[in-house]
Design a protein around this ligand. Structure first.
Ligand code: ZN
Ligand code: ZN
Length: 152
């Protein structure tokens, strides 16, 4: 990891700590460490992949350790769970609940988060037309990312 990337990561974690403090919650060293693991990799990780990495520094870590940390990070809107992959990614807009769309590349596995308010509004509107009250509009889109796409 480059110095620049490491510095950016530290800034993201400091920002996360402030987000938590604002909510009266505490980003404990363990929670901060788990967030760091998610930020560091830049690809979606499952809870067990995270646990394996956590065990390198926290020998006694067990599944509940990682699940509790992940629950906390999701509650604070610092990470998202990609249901389709059963894996976790950092939130680009860390700190508040927001409608999100995820672009999942089937070839390289990269997930990028976009926040298209118009798309989210359109979906919410469509739901409301059915008399449905949407609470959380998250869309996962599978396909091929720009880097992997080769026009024939
Ligand atoms: Zn997000
Ligand atoms: Zn790709």
């Amino acid at each position: 990891m480059s110095v620049k990337a490491r510095r950016r990561m530290t800034a993201q974690m400091d920002r996360a700590a402030r987000v938590c403090a604002r909510q009266g919650a505490q980003l404990t060293p363990l929670r901060r460490h788990v967030l760091g693991l998610i930020l560091e990799v830049g690809a979606p990780l499952t809870a067990y992949q995270l646990l394996d990495r956590l065990k390198l520094t926290h020998k006694g870590a067990a599944p509940p350790t990682i699940y509790r940390a992940l629950d906390f990070l999701m509650e604070q809107h610092l990470v998202h769970k990609i249901e389709r992959l059963n894996a976790f990614v950092p939130c680009v807009e860390a700190g508040h609940r927001h409608p999100a769309q995820f672009l999942i590349c089937c070839q390289c596995g990269v997930v990028s988060e976009i926040e298209n308010r118009a798309a989210a509004n359109a979906l919410e509107h469509a739901a409301e037309q059915e008399g449905f009250r949407p609470r959380n509009t998250v869309v996962e889109i599978e396909g091929v990312c720009a880097a992997c796409f080769r026009p024939s």
